[in-house]
Design a protein around this ligand. Structure first.
Ligand code: MV4
Length: 588
């Protein structure tokens, strides 16, 4: 086993990996950007090295700086976590070139699965059906037409080097084919630097079910059970659970066998996830993620296995050490995970809400686990993913786990930033969740978040000009305890009545979608890439209308007009890279 591991990541996943390393007696090396110099993962690691920089590109995506930290620390392995370099074959090769072990699959397997056409071919070779489609690049819109006529509409055009749903176009009829193909190619080029696209039949009400797999160097590959990840919006998952509800055991075994055959077909090693769409009792291969996933803890809770420990053992050349039958016998109960992101779900908008966490009290109790990357007093930066913590619960059955999660969410206290917790409450309390009547489109089409106001409520200006914030304090009336909401001056004073910390000022983050000054300029609140422009110069727009979409840290953020007007100037096009405060349009 390794004596020292460098964790090339930040936030909750870096913390997660550090914890297992400590339990295995492995020394841990953190790396950090300037903004993260006092981050939780840095505080927990045995050693830490600065990468410099603020943005991910300047820090966690700086191969030279990471190789330098690797050399100076003398670590013998690098765990990439998820995101960043976790599915980057060139990075995996660079680590090997520096004489260390990349904790992940061989670079060749990363490449096979990174190209969605070659991954479809690998699945076909393993006898696993993908969604009916064509495993070759699209060259002419007439191919879309003939495919649609043969297999039926709608048809999906997908980026070959994409994934996660970005750049996917749904085409309803032959008339839309040419334009959709062009725009899919343009977006694929803007997102992924490669314009190739391919075709699949579009499934209209599927569930997203993925299978956890592990393979070792000695020819053993196992499946560890599935996760239903259908509750998501804009391709960002909100809730995951295992086992998938209303999912026949026979299909589970078939899906597990299929996932294992795909591992063998591509020379896989380490942790992987094979994604499927499941509709009307049939499952179809979608893509394979060649990393540990955010939602891996639900599998840990139902199997009792530490997946990070398994990754490290496999990377060190050891055999998996359990058999498929043993894994099946380990399976017990039901687990649910809720992703607590710093986002305001009010009105279903999920606007980023970075900022200072005035207070964070995670839930506790039987069957309750919190994997957090932050503690009270830490700051969530606009430059990185805004996942603050994951709450994961286990129960002997789904209903027990569901009620336990609702209890855990009630117990969680977060002050200073808005979080997705109100959305989780709404989903878990919904009849459709209880009955497992869901699909990948359920959150966006059926969930009503119009009544949801995420705490803290935005500061409001009083007639005297003083901004006030909502503050909850505990009060006793005739010996009975009440939680009381007070609107107090933001500057302090009675804000501290409870003796607690002051709520943080949230500044411009409170209107994260866009800010509009007196000059009519609409700006973006964070750095990112424009992926879609929905208006042209001269258009009349309403207050709240989306002008364009900014992709930042895997999130698609609508940039909205916050008043009505005419688009006088449009300053962006798809593919433009913007910094915080850059102007996208001028309204008059
Ligand atoms: C699809 C699909 C329907 N039909 N492909 C989006 C994520 C990426 N992994 C593939 N995605 C989809 N591909 C066909 N042929 C629907 C989705 C999809 C989706 C899939 C998984 C999880 C959430 C999703 C949300 C919207 C669309």
């Amino acid at each position: 086993m390794f004596d020292k591991v460098l964790i090339a990541n930040r936030g909750e996943i870096a913390v997660r990996v550090i914890r297992t390393c400590k339990e295995l007696g492995i020394a841990t090396v953190a790396v950090y950007s300037d903004l993260d110099r006092d981050a939780m993962h840095v505080r927990l690691a045995d050693e830490a090295y600065s990468l410099g920089g603020q943005t991910a590109a300047e820090s966690y995506l700086n191969t030279e700086a990471i190789l330098d930290a690797l050399g100076r620390s003398g670590a013998s392995a690098v765990h990439p976590g998820y995101g960043f370099f976790s599915e980057n074959a060139a990075f995996a090769r660079a680590i090997a070139g520096a004489g260390a072990v990349f904790v992940g699959p061989p670079p060749g397997a990363i490449e096979t699965m990174g190209d969605k056409i070659s991954s479809r071919l690998a699945a076909e070779k393993a006898g696993v059906a993908g969604v009916p489609g064509r495993s070759e690049p699209l060259t002419d819109p007439s191919e879309v037409e003939s495919f649609g006529e043969e297999h039926g509409w709608p048809v999906a055009i997908k980026a070959a080097f994409g994934g996660g749903g970005r750049g996917m176009k749904v085409v309803a009829s032959a008339a839309e084919a040419a334009e959709a193909m062009e725009s899919a190619q343009r977006e694929a080029e803007a997102y992924f630097g490669r314009p190739e696209v391919y075709l699949e039949r579009y499934l209209t009400w599927p569930r997203h079910i993925e299978m956890q797999v592990f393979a070792d160097r000695h020819g053993t590959a196992l499946w560890l059970g599935e996760r239903d990840c259908s509750y998501q919006r804009r391709h960002q998952k909100l809730i995951e659970e295992s086992p998938a509800p209303d999912f026949p055991d026979e299909i589970r075994r078939e899906m597990g066998d299929a996932a294992v055959r795909i591992c063998h077909a591509c020379g896989y090693e380490g942790a992987g996830t094979v994604e499927f769409l499941f509709e009307e009792g049939r499952f179809y291969f979608l893509e394979m993620n060649t990393r540990l996933q955010v939602e891996h803890p639900v599998t840990e809770l139902v199997t009792g296995l530490d997946l990070v420990a398994l990754q490290l053992r496999i990377a060190a050349g050891e055999p998996i050490g359990v058999t498929q039958d043993e894994v099946l016998a380990l399976w017990r109960g039901h687990a649910i995970e809720c992703r607590v992101n710093a986002e305001n779900p009010a009105g279903g908008r999920f606007l980023p809400s970075p900022g200072h966490i005035a207070r964070f009290r995670p839930p506790d109790g039987f069957g309750t686990r919190t994997d957090a990357g932050y503690e009270s007093g830490d700051t969530i930066s606009q430059f990185y993913d805004n996942l603050m913590a994951k709450i994961i619960v286990w129960g002997e059955d789904r209903e027990t786990a569901r009620r336990r999660m609702l209890r855990a969410l009630d117990e969680t206290v977060v002050e200073g930033i808005a979080t997705t917790i109100p959305a989780h409450r709404a989903i878990l309390s919904h009849d459709d969740f209880v009955a497992a009547r869901h699909s990948t489109r359920w959150v966006e089409e059926r969930l009503d978040l119009s009544g949801v106001a995420a705490h803290p409520i935005e500061p409001v200006a009083e007639p005297d000009g003083e901004r006030r914030v909502m503050r909850e304090v505990d009060a006793e009336v005739d010996g009975r305890r009440y939680r009381v909401k007070l609107w107090v001056p933001e500057s302090g004073g009675a804000a501290n009545a409870s003796g607690g910390p002051k709520p943080a000022r949230r500044g411009s983050a409170s209107s994260a979608a866009a800010t509009l000054g007196g000059d009519g300029k609409v700006t973006v609140p964070m750095q990112g890439t424009i992926v879609k422009v929905l208006v042209t110069e001269g258009d009349t727009v309403e207050a709240g209308q989306t002008l364009c979409v900014l992709e930042a840290m895997k999130m698609e953020n609508p940039i909205n007009a916050d008043r009505a007007g005419v688009v006088k100037e449009l300053r962006v096009k798809p593919g433009d890279a913007l910094g915080a405060g850059d102007v996208v349009a001028v309204l008059e």
